[in-house]
Design a protein around this ligand. Structure first.
Ligand code: ZN
Length: 420
């Protein structure tokens, strides 16, 4: 039996019915679930009874329409199961506990990953314990049938980190700007520290999964996400599946040449995107433009200061953010041609400080490039906790989405198998 904390909610049809109910927060009748899922009435009825018994779903009153019998509405019990998200950002470690709709119920920030990963992981484990206690969340039962109907049951932990990493073995390999974390088996270590199943994925994949989960994005959309943090990255999904590539490294756009020749990159080429969009060169340009940034200002604070300066009308700050956006716009001209997205989302840990002045040049670049195009870029609504919320969404997605690649392939590699 799968050792996940999701007890018996493993079958595709059950996940599908739960998805229908979860995506109708105001409540949905069984007949409508039958219509949307294409399952038989009997199957939906059976599954619904089971979800009610598991405490994942509750009745939410009756709806009268026309002259027919009133319909009993079903609604997800959002806090019946919880997932933890851990985002390893070069500047901090963010930990959140999210409900089934990936809404954060509690969260905290820890200092930046250090040169002692074992100690960092211990602190993450302690933070998870404290957050769980604060919101009265409990661990999964160790015995079958024990306390399964309880609320606030912790499912497990999703960890989002910068590439390079190996999601199948749960190892952070060589993340930029986190020099102390080389070949760290974070999944094994955090499982040992918390007793909860853990999984690891790239930060860009996490934030896109967070969008799919929180915004209930339609399954027929191709979505392109541009991640803005210490560095830039991208992620693409189709049919609600994030495209991870052969080794989970898809979407590394930092060395995408955007047609400029004024800067030479460490990779030896000219005009790589990251030269114009990474946080550290942006801070340098802001200083040169007269924004007051002491030498030891951490990246998140610096981005906030640059954003605030621009908001107050500082011409230098406005200009450097516009240049940043213009470079992203040039990259998007190329990426939109490659991926033909229905939806473009720009987000990530530092984007909320840059979006006001950074988004217009992106829109301008796309408008001038496209002959036709339907996708207008929008900023993520998840703010600067997008990474942690996305990490929690990774776990929810693995456990509860009806069509995850890992579910299709059977037992996911690198995911724990604990006897239940
Ligand atoms: Zn380069």
């Amino acid at each position: 039996m799968r050792g996940s904390s999701m007890t018996d909610i493993g079958a595709y049809n059950e996940k599908l019915v739960l998805q229908m109910i979860r995506e109708a927060p105001e409540g949905i009748g069984q007949a409508e679930v039958v219509r949307r899922s294409n399952l038989s009435r009997q199957a939906v009825s059976l599954i619904t009874r089971r979800l009610l018994a598991e405490g994942l779903v509750e009745t939410a009153g009756r709806q009268v329409s026309g002259r027919g019998k009133p319909t009993t509405l079903l609604r997800v019990v959002a806090d019946s199961r919880l997932a933890i998200g851990v985002h390893l950002d070069p500047a901090y470690v963010s930990v959140v506990v999210c409900d089934l709709l990936a809404r954060p119920l509690a969260g905290t920030r820890l200092p930046a990953p250090s040169a002692d990963p074992a100690q960092d992981i211990r602190q993450i484990g302690e933070a998870i314990d404290q957050l769980a206690a604060r919101i009265d969340a409990v661990r999964p039962p160790q015995q079958p049938g024990q306390g399964r109907n309880g609320r606030r049951l912790l499912l497990g932990v999703g960890i989002a980190a910068p590439a390079a990493l190996d999601s199948t073995t749960g190892v952070v390999i060589d993340p930029p700007w986190i020099p102390g974390w080389r070949n760290v088996a974070v999944v094994d270590a955090l499982q040992a520290a918390t007793g909860l199943p853990c999984l690891l994925d790239k930060d860009t994949n996490a934030v896109l999964t967070g969008e799919i989960w929180t915004e209930h994005l339609p399954s027929d959309e191709t979505v392109l996400y541009i991640y803005v943090g210490h560095g830039v990255g991208s992620a693409v999904s189709g049919g609600r599946q994030v495209h991870r590539g052969g080794t989970t490294q898809a979407g590394e756009i930092g060395h995408l040449p955007i047609g400029r020749a004024d800067c030479r990159c460490t990779c030896g080429r000219h005009g790589c995107l990251s030269l114009y969009t990474d946080a550290l060169p942006l801070m340098e340009r802001a200083r040169e433009a007269g924004v007051h940034l002491p030498a030891d200002t951490p990246v998140p604070h610096a981005m906030e200061a640059i954003g605030k300066s621009a908001g107050a009308g500082h011409p230098g700050a406005c200009s450097v953010i516009r240049e940043h956006g213009a470079a992203l716009g040039e990259a998007l001209q190329i990426l939109v041609g490659i991926h033909d997205p229905d939806r473009i989302i720009v987000g990530g840990p530092t984007w909320m400080h840059l979006r006001e002045h950074g988004m217009p040049p992106i829109r301008e670049a796309l408008a001038e490039w496209r002959q036709q195009g339907r996708a207008e870029p929008d900023s993520s609504r998840l703010g600067n906790e997008a990474g942690a919320v996305g990490a929690a969404s990774l776990f929810l997605d693995q456990e509860l989405a009806p069509e995850t690649p890992t579910a299709a392939a059977g037992q996911p590699v690198g995911r724990p198998v604990a006897a239940v």
